[in-house]
Write a protein that binds this ligand. Structure first.
Ligand code: NAD
Length: 247
């Protein structure tokens, strides 16, 4: 593992542009469970993909919102804090590198850690939009009522999150950042969810170095030149120490 860490640190040291694709595993060390944990904990009968789907929302918005708030433990106070992994990415950008964070997460922790270039391909928990008139509403309004409604036209609001059955946001932008990068680093994703899981495949096809830090094997492991099966936080700290040492 130490040799792989040295190699990855070397790639990052010489890269001008690093694209980083992150998933739910990025935030588990901040106390936010990833999806496999939700599966066991929340839904005994219906699958998570059924509950968090656009169909369920359209047919039963009140039940959808009740489940959505429970699954994501929605609270007004941002009690979850960025961890060492989030902070490492902000630090890397502060060293003068272009760091494009392409995240499947909806928790906003990359921005809270100080990353400036963040593409939220699955949207954000911080707001909800009116499907009828497009007006955005903040989290405080969403939490005030069991079934939050638009302040302009009274339509049931939808979280500004990509539900199962909906198209991802900003995929072209995520792909452009990936193909412009010298290194693609994937952190904490099972790479089960499409089309985002195609980014490593595209990067590999274009000869871009691909590295993965993930506890479990993923279905896209063959796309990576280097894989570290280790927790993100301590790995990020080890990388930062090497990069600081090599300056
Ligand atoms: P996933 O739950 O399918 O997979 C998470 C992966 O991260 C697993 O393979 C696991 O081995 C790994 N992992 C967990 N903790 C880790 C750690 N500390 N260090 C290294 N690896 C770790 O997540 P996914 O691929 O992002 O897909 C799930 C979907 O659920 C996404 O679309 C995302 O939008 C959504 N989601 C978001 C959040 C969030 O915003 N924090 C949380 C749960 C789910």
């Amino acid at each position: 593992a130490s040799a792989a860490l040295d190699t990855l640190a070397g790639w990052l040291a010489s890269a001008r542009h690093v694209a980083v694709l992150t998933g739910a595993g990025m935030s588990t060390e901040s106390g936010i469970p990833d999806f496999r944990s939700y599966q066991g904990r929340y839904t005994q009968n219906a699958s998570l993909a059924d509950v968090l789907s656009i169909d369920y929302f359209l047919h039963n918005p009140a039940a959808f919102w009740e489940a959505f708030k429970e699954i994501f433990e929605l609270k007004l106070t941002g009690d979850k804090q960025p961890n060492a992994g989030h902070r490492f990415l902000a630090w890397l950008a502060a060293q003068g590198k272009t760091v494009s964070v392409l995240t499947q997460n909806i928790d906003g922790l990359h921005q809270r850690a100080g990353s400036e270039q963040v593409v939220e391909v699955h949207g954000t928990l911080q707001q909800a939009l009116c499907p009828a008139c497009g007006r955005m509403h903040d989290l405080a309004h969403v939490l005030a009522e069991p079934l939050p409604r638009c302040l302009s036209c009274h339509t049931a609001l939808k979280p500004d999150v990509v539900l199962y059955g909906e198209a991802v946001h900003r995929f072209d932008e995520a792909l452009t950042h990936t193909l412009a990068a010298d290194v693609l680093l994937v952190l904490g994703s099972s790479l089960e969810v499409g089309p985002i899981n195609l980014l490593p495949l595209e990067a590999q096809r274009h000869g871009i170095r691909c590295a993965l830090i993930n506890l479990d094997a993923t279905r896209m492991d063959r796309c990576f030149d280097l894989i570290l099966r280790a927790p993100i936080g301590q790995t990020a700290q080890a990388l930062q120490a090497r990069l600081e040492g090599s300056r």
